[in-house]
Design a protein. Structure first.
Length: 143
């Protein structure tokens, strides 16, 4: 079976520090794969908040995750701090991609723990249908 390979963008528009919580630790003693997805979600919320948006108000439209891919690289442990970088790319008519780079910021040299990509679709929750990516979003993130 071929492995997932995520090609990271060259630059990221945002980064944040997120501590590993005890509830992120699994029976193997490290951050569980389900917690990585939760950390990605937290990073997305912080990215949106940084630019004045929410998942329900992205220049007047909502968004919904259509897919996710995660490449696990190294372990993370309780007490680690993760630097999560986020980039928005691949903007099309109704969708875009968010890329995430999770690095352990606890060591002297950053170590990549995971990279991920979420496919996001602009969505009108009232009408229950996809909608166009707002022009303001295209202009803001394609420069």
């Amino acid at each position: 079976m071929p492995r997932i390979k995520i090609m990271q963008p060259d630059t990221f528009q945002f980064s944040s520090m997120i501590p590993v919580r005890i509830t992120d630790i699994n029976y193997g003693g490290h951050v569980g794969n389900d917690s990585i997805l939760s950390i990605i979600h937290e990073a997305r919320m912080q990215f949106l908040h940084h630019y004045g948006y929410t998942e329900m108000d992205f220049e007047g439209v909502g968004m919904i995750m259509s897919d996710v891919a995660i490449e696990f690289k190294n372990e993370l442990f309780y007490g680690d701090t993760i630097k999560v970088s986020v980039a928005i790319t691949e903007i099309s008519k109704v969708s875009f991609a968010l890329y995430y780079k999770l690095e352990s910021a606890t060591t002297s040299q950053p170590v990549i723990a995971a990279i991920a990509r979420t496919g996001m679709v602009c969505y009108n929750y009232g009408a229950k249908k996809m909608t166009a990516v707002p022009e303001k979003i295209k202009n803001r993130f394609t420069q």
